[in-house]
Structures are given as structure tokens and as C-alpha cells.
Design a protein around this ligand. Structure first.
Ligand SMILES: Nc1nc2c(ncn2[C@@H]2O[C@H](COP(=O)(O)OP(=O)(O)OP(=O)(O)O)[C@@H](O)[C@H]2O)c(=O)[nH]1
Ligand SMILES: [Mg+2]
Length: 376
């Protein structure tokens, strides 16, 4: 599970990266013309896991994880100027990510320069989106130049496949030329299959994260609403995987919070009138953006969150724990998290009849607590 952080230079990417990974990277560095990104793994905060842990007092509590990659920012004219090579490298790192976190500057600070010389978050979202669309177009044009020759060389189903690829790419080309990002369109399975390998940037799910200053924290809501309106981002809609979401944090404040001891941080948040760091929400949203959810296993040894794609059947989910559990799957004992909390223990929950036995095709839901019965 891998998320790429991008944005214009000085938008606060490394600040957000450091706060979430509790790291101290200075800048994503260039070494001999090569970009070395900062890579860090983050535990997904989940109060359900904490509550289960308080019930079981296990030796180990293992949360779900997400990996973030922080690359240098885009600068003005990068796609055409001398920095073209740098941009190609940055985009290659981003293409390898499953979803993107777009850090957008919304803080004022005259000591921090902006590549466009003024703070204008909505404009910056457009700027980055256009760079993505230009890059995607470039890839498509290059491929289309040679695709006829390939089609002539091929026959049968291979030729059919490349024909579908060609049609899909021509359609994408039209969309991009009319400034429609590819994440906005619905594709057939065939179209998806023949274009998957391109890993287009404008197709990746995206979380827009406004980095607001301490002095304009109250602008958060306004910015998010603007993004909802202008970029059709959505909040968390149950049962639906959104392709673009918007949220906000105050990077500088989060950085300070991340460096404090837990108790001091709690006091500090009390003063600010917030009940959890903004980063937690950001991490949860980006986890969700990946189209994944968590189920739990519980016991005296370990209470653990497991990451699965939404709509995963029980047998396949069991394979996430161990391949033997998938191979020898018999049934899954399943209890909803809320029921477990309500009745305090599985034994009590069983008495109340809320522990169900499910077969291999049962679609696991976010927050299910599972015990897999298997035989190998
Ligand atoms: N005032 C203020 N400054 C911030 C905030 N977030 C980041 N900064 C400052 O902005 C500057 C750039 O922050 P970085 O996190 O390095 O930005 P970046 O996006 O990683 O920059 P590049 O990697 O060069 O693209 C630093 O001096 C930060 O201290 C904020 O919320 N408020
Ligand atoms: Mg940086």
C-alpha cells in the first residue's frame, strides 16, 4: 500500500511526511542528478484497534500500515525547461504509487517562496493537474505513433487486444486534450486491462490536502468546500470508493505535535480545541483512498488489523493472514466490532447469538473481527 506525496515546491510535503512518519528528513534530495525520495511507513490510527487491545491486553498490537514517498516539488516550467529530467524522475516515482497525496500550500509566510509568487490553492491544484495531463498525453502520443506498426505485425486475439488499446488511448487523448483527467471516466474491464500498465498520473486516486497556516486554520472548511465544488471531491461516502477527496491540516502545527511527548501533545491539543491530530484523519483518508479496509484478529498474543481490498471474500481475506488459512479454509467465525464492544467478549457475544459462521464467499466488511477455522 503505497502513496506518493506531490505538489508544487515549498507546499509543505516534507513537513507533512516528517510529521506522519515522525522522521526528520530535510529535503527529498538529489544525488548526482538522481532523485532519492524519502520513504516512510506509517501506522494507520484506528481507535477500534486500541479498544480491542484494551480488552485483550495482548503481547502485541499490530495496526495497518501505509507507505508514503516524498519527492521534490514541481517548479514552474519544469515540464519544458532544464529540469525536465528531474520532472521525469519525480513522475516515475509517483506512477509507482497506488494513490497520490497532493499537498497544496494555503499558508501565508513571506519567508517561504512560492513558485508562482502568490498563495492561491485552487490555482495550484489546476497547475499540478495540467502537468499530470501533459505527461499522460506525452505517453499516449508516443505509443500511438508506433501502434499501427504493431497492429500490422500481430494477428488473432493479440491484434484485437492492441486494437482495443488503440481505441482506448485515442479516447483518452481526446479527454486529456479537453482537460478532463482520466480518473473522471468509467472504463470497461477490457479498456482497464489494456491500459493498466501505463499507470497514468491523472488516473490515480488523489487526496488533496490543504496545508493551512496557524493563522488561517479557520479557512479549512471553506477550502474543502471549494474543492468539493470545483473538483468534485467527496467526503467519506460509505460503500463507495471516491477517486478524489479533500482535507486540510496545519503542517507546521502537526510537525510540532509529532515531536512532543504524548501527554504534552494531549494538553496542546486541548488548548487548540482539537480532539486528534489532523494527520490521523489524513492517514485514515489516504488509506481509504486506496480502496482498502481492515478486519481484525484478536487474542492474548496479538490484536491485529489486516488490510484487504473492499469486497474481498472471506477465504481470500484469510490468505492475507497465512496461505494455509486460505488453502484449508473451512469457515470464518465473524463478529461485528460494535457487537464485540457491546458484549465485551466473544463468549458473551456467542450467547447473544451475534457471532456468525460464514462461508468462503462471505464478503468481509470493514471492522469485522474474524477467527478462521481451517484444516490443512
Ligand atoms: N508558516 C508555515 N510554514 C510552513 C508550513 N508548512 C511548511 N512550512 C515551511 O515551508 C517551507 C517548505 O516546507 P517543506 O515541507 O520543505 O516543503 P516541500 O513541499 O517539501 O518543498 P520541496 O521539497 O522543496 O518541494 C519550510 O520552511 C517549512 O518550514 C505551515 O503550515 N506554515
Ligand atoms: Mg520536500
Amino acid at each position: 500500500m503505497h502513496i506518493g506525496i506531490f505538489g508544487l515546491s515549498n507546499s509543505g510535503k516534507t513537513t507533512v511526511f516528517n510529521a506522519s512518519t515522525r522522521g526528520n528528513a530535510e529535503v527529498a534530495s538529489y544525488v548526482g542528478g538522481l532523485i532519492l525520495p524519502n520513504i516512510g511507513t506509517v501506522k494507520v490510527p484506528d481507535e477500534r484497534l486500541e479498544k480491542l487491545s484494551k480488552i485483550y491486553l495482548p503481547k502485541k498490537t499490530v495496526p495497518a500500515e501505509v507507505t508514503y514517498t516524498d519527492v521534490p516539488g514541481l517548479t514552474k516550467g519544469m515540464s519544458s525547461g532544464n529540469d525536465q529530467q528531474a520532472q521525469t524522475q519525480i513522475f516515475t516515482h509517483l506512477r509507482n504509487a497506488e494513490a497520490l497525496l497532493h499537498v497544496v500550500r494555503a499558508f501565508e509566510d513571506e519567508n517561504v517562496s512560492h513558485p508562482d509568487d502568490s498563495v492561491d490553492p485552487i490555482r495550484d491544484i489546476d497547475t499540478a493537474e495540467i502537468e499530470f495531463m501533459i505527461a499522460d498525453l506525452g505517453i499516449i502520443e508516443k505509443r500511438l505513433k508506433r501502434i499501427d506498426r504493431d497492429i500490422r505485425k500481430l494477428s488473432g486475439t493479440d491484434r484485437d487486444r492492441v486494437r482495443i488499446e488503440e481505441q482506448t488511448l485515442r479516447w483518452f487523448q481526446e479527454l486529456l486534450e479537453s482537460e478532463t483527467p482520466l480518473r473522471a471516466v468509467e472504463m470497461s474491464d477490457d479498456q482497464e486491462k489494456v491500459t493498466r500498465g501505463y499507470r497514468f498520473l491523472s488516473q490515480k486516486p488523489q487526496l488533496i490536502l490543504f496545508n493551512v497556516g496557524e493563522e488561517n486554520r479557520e479557512d479549512e472548511r471553506k477550502l474543502i468546500e471549494m474543492a468539493h465544488e470545483k473538483f468534485q471531491t467527496s467526503g467519506q461516502i460509505p460503500g463507495k470508493i471516491p477517486s478524489r477527496m479533500a482535507s486540510a491540516i496545519c503542517g507546521k502545527l502537526e510537525m510540532e505535535l509529532a515531536q512532543m511527548e504524548e501527554e504534552d501533545a494531549a494538553l496542546f491539543m486541548d488548548d487548540l480545541g482539537i480532539d486528534e491530530p489532523g494527520l490521523n484523519k489524513m492517514i485514515r483518508l489516504s488509506y481509504r483512498l486506496l480502496g482498502v479496509c481492515s478486519f481484525f484478529t484478536v487474542g492474548a498474543d496479538e490484536v491485529r488489523a489486516w488490510t484487504i481490498s473492499e469486497n474481498t471474500p472471506a477465504q481470500k481475506a484469510a490468505g492475507e493472514i497465512h496461505s494455509d488459512l486460505e488453502r484449508g479454509f473451512i469457515r470464518a467465525e465473524v463478529i461485528r466490532y460494535q457487537d464485540h464492544i457491546k458484549y465485551g467478549s466473544i463468549v458473551e457475544a456467542k450467547k447473544r447469538g451475534v457471532v456468525r459462521l460464514e462461508g468462503k464467499d462471505y464478503i468481509v466488511r470493514d471492522g469485522d473481527i474474524m477467527n478462521i477455522r481451517f484444516n490443512v
